[in-house]
Design a protein around this ligand. Structure first.
Ligand code: UTP
Length: 295
């Protein structure tokens, strides 16, 4: 059976988005009409994921509530003839199962993934960051392509990459490819936030991964890195350093990554999704054009 389980870490504190995230998770901030987490789930479902394991934490209950089936709301909308609004709840009936575990201490993304080891066991799995959307309106099948590549090349790690401008490389984990870079390439190692002149490529890690369970062995021995946190990138590095096979898959031009981890890219994400809205996109476009002329 092909990989159908994804770990979605959503336990981070989101301090870069304060005060918006003081009492609500950043993964529940709206981007267009839907919260970030719903965009992520719809994208994963589109790629064949059927089991979603969220790693949650303090103050994140609204994520669980969002994916529950709300019988009272459905009855109310049905009885008051609000068919349009009722259809907005169709996502509750997606063909996926939800599971939740908690990261009891905020020890970083790598630690959040490690918390799932007893549940994932010995099967390969996807990791999709709960604060990052790939492509507009779940059109991306990047995770399906990564799973295909994982199985075809018998990889230990597959990482999604996006091309970023040269001056931005020092904000990301950057790929050092082995050999030629095409849509799919062999990954020699990852370089965390390199200086512009030292970056081995312009390919930045893009929030989606496929792992063999070997990642858990390496996470368990990964020393705390920056900020005292266990970094997922460090564990990937250990897998590759121990002779594990790494593969990179590039995002396509229409698969932009929207990182809802800071206000700059959150604002951009919201505008892009609002402009793509079938009902309000055109009028927003006209408004913005006029607004920018008079700026
Ligand atoms: P970030 O690296 O942006 O960390 O998380 P953060 O703690 O949420 O944000 P800041 O730096 O305080 O603003 C990337 C993804 O990993 C999850 C987050 O919820 C987010 O979806 N994460 C991060 C965890 O699940 N646990 C952690 O300890 C850290």
């Amino acid at each position: 059976m092909s990989i159908d389980i994804a770990v979605v870490p959503v336990a981070g504190l989101g301090t870069r988005l304060l005060p918006a995230t003081k009492s609500q998770p950043k993964e529940m901030l709206p981007v267009g009409r839907k919260p970030v987490a719903q965009h992520v789930v719809e994208e994963l479902a589109q790629s064949g994921i059927r089991r979603l394991l969220f790693v949650t934490g303090k103050g994140k209950q609204s994520i669980e509530n969002h994916f529950d089936i709300d019988g009272d709301l459905i009855t109310y909308l049905r009885e008051s003839g609000r068919e349009q609004e009722l259809s907005e709840l169709d996502f509750e009936r997606q063909d996926v199962e939800y599971f939740y575990t908690r990261q009891r201490r905020q020890l970083g993304l790598g630690h959040a993934v490690l918390c799932t080891a007893p549940l994932i066991g010995k099967q390969p799995f996807v990791v999709a960051l709960g604060d990052s959307i790939i492509g507009i309106n779940a059109q991306s099948d990047i995770v399906a392509r990564m799973i295909d590549e994982f199985e075809r090349s018998r990889a230990d790690v597959v990482v999604a990459f996006q091309e970023v401008p040269r001056q931005d490389v020092s904000r990301y984990g950057i790929a050092q490819p082995r050999g030629a870079v095409d849509d799919v390439f062999e990954l020699e190692r990852l370089v965390e936030k390199p200086a512009v002149e030292e970056a081995p490529s312009h390919l930045a890690v893009a929030a989606r991964y496929v792992f063999s369970p070997e990642i858990f062995n390496q996470l368990a021995v990964t020393p705390p890195g920056k900020g005292g946190e266990i970094q997922l990138t460090d564990a990937i590095q250990l897998v590759l350093g121990a002779g594990g096979k790494g593969v990179g898959v590039r995002l396509r031009a229409n698969e932009r990554r929207f990182d809802v981890g800071n206000f700059g890219s959150y604002f951009q994400a919201f505008v892009e999704f609002a402009l793509a809205d079938p009902q309000y996109g055109d009028s927003l476009h006209a408004y913005l054009a006029q607004r920018l002329e008079t700026r």
